[in-house]
Design a protein around this ligand. Structure first.
Ligand SMILES: Cc1ncc(COP(=O)(O)O)c(C=O)c1O
Length: 413
């Protein structure tokens, strides 16, 4: 999907002020390319939409944790949402003040909790009774008081892919209302905790605002008897448009529904995808064209090891040519299946791409790939992970170099 940052100029695709061909020639393909401008515009859009509630925004590192991106987001005033002690460490390396980190996760280990306490993270989003007790014990041992938001599983089925729905009973996340009620009634038992808020995250890429409002209402009902519990962290989940025909509510629709509902509450949000997805794309090159069985396979050097979302979630990432100078060729666009070299039938980047005639060496752009792309990249088939490049206006720099075979083997004895 084309946007203000990734756009065609004189027949070739640019990222802001840099031709993507220039980057490909310098670093090779496959390569991730991010636009700093788009990233920060997405932040600004959320800040503006929710401005009446002055929300604390914590960027969800899991969506894309590259240090250079974290630094940009920290400088834009964002805190960080971490789901492991490793992500806390990553945020610290980016210069983030641990007080501005919220720590979530259904399976925090004793070591991780101890690390987070020592670092001084701002909030622990606690997901079980047992975790709460362990946190209380560990905080007591170090003479600390940990600030806690209890993660509610409201039993609400979000409208999204079943792999990324998290708020229904049956999901491993959060605690059911009866458990939360019980904990709140016994808050005084946790001498080393300040249980000050509730946390809900019912899923990612949410198709409707109604379930979020419903979840907020459920959380508010639980917190209502406790006047000092007026912080509500609603997680992430703001959807992005992957294709031109996608119809998802914009962040403004969530804000319109939530602002009146949250009057008098301190709102926290943890967006990941909506900040970074359309600020990134994966640049690949055509290796071979194979026409058989009535299909046109475009075999690219990019694969499921760089971008697993199509294989994992049936996600659709538009694939577009980097050069469109030949208008006649574009009129001849025909369906193609864009695949990678990995030995799996599921190694498909896009099944229904409409692409002009292509030859080996042509470059393609796999769009809206900034979120849950590089973070899920693997070395399967002994494929070194790709470089990441950041475009800032009309300059660009490598923010993670391409791995080598030696890098991949370095931990093996
Ligand atoms: C607890 C929590 N917060 C925030 C997020 C980020 O969600 P998104 O990328 O949809 O904004 C996730 C994603 O899974 C999550 O589990």
């Amino acid at each position: 999907m084309i946007n203000d940052s990734f756009h065609y100029q004189a027949g070739s695709l640019w990222g802001d002020g840099v031709a993507l061909d220039t980057i490909a020639e310098a670093v090779g393909t496959p390569a991730y390319v991010y636009s700093a401008t788009r990233l920060l515009n997405n932040v600004h859009r959320l800040q503006t939409a929710f401005a009446p509630l002055s929300p604390d925004i914590h960027y969800s590192i899991k969506a894309n944790g590259n240090l250079a991106l974290l630094r940009l987001l920290k400088d834009a005033g964002l805190g960080m949402d971490a789901v492991s002690a490793g992500e806390i460490y990553r945020a610290q390396q980016a210069g983030v003040d641990p007080a501005h980190i919220v720590y979530a996760g259904v399976g925090k280990t004793r070591t991780e909790i101890a690390y987070a306490l020592a670092a001084g993270v701002g909030w622990f989003n606690v997901e079980s009774h047992a975790e709460l007790q362990l946190l209380n014990t560990l905080a007591g041992e170090t003479g600390q008081t940990a600030q806690v938001a209890l993660r509610l599983n409201p039993g609400i089925q979000a409208q999204t892919h079943h792999h990324i729905a998290t708020g229904h009973f049956g999901a491993k996340f959060g605690m059911t209302p009866d458990i939360i009620q019980d904990i709140l009634a016994h808050r005084a038992d946790y001498a080393h905790l300040h249980i000050a808020g509730l946390h809900i995250h019912i899923g990612s890429q949410l198709g409707d605002v109604r379930e979020t409002v419903e979840a907020v209402r459920a959380a508010q009902a639980l917190a209502a008897p406790y006047a000092d519990m007026r912080t509500l962290n609603i997680g992430g989940g703001f959807p992005v448009h992957y294709t031109a025909s996608d119809e998802y509510p914009p962040p403004e629709a969530f804000a319109t529904a939530l602002v009146p509902a949250l009057d008098g509450w301190q709102l926290m949000i943890e967006p990941g995808r909506s900040i970074v997805a359309d600020a990134g794309m994966l640049l690949v090159s055509v290796l071979y064209i194979k026409e058989q069985g009535g299909q046109r396979f475009v075999i690219s050097d990019g694969s499921m090891t760089e971008l697993i979302r199509p294989a994992l979630y049936d996600a659709i990432h538009p694939v577009i040519p980097v050069r469109v100078s030949d208008q006649a060729a574009n009129h001849e666009a025909k369906p193609a299946i864009v695949v990678g070299p990995v030995c799996e039938s599921s190694d498909v980047l896009h099944r229904g791409a409409l692409l002009p005639p292509l030859v080996a060496g042509d470059r393609l752009a796999v769009m809206v790939a900034g979120a849950y792309g590089m973070v899920m990249a693997s070395n399967y088939n002994m494929r070194p992970r790709p470089p990441e490049v950041l475009v800032e206006g009309d300059t660009w720099r490598v923010i993670r170099r391409r791995e080598t075979w030696q890098d991949v083997l370095q931990f093996e004895m």
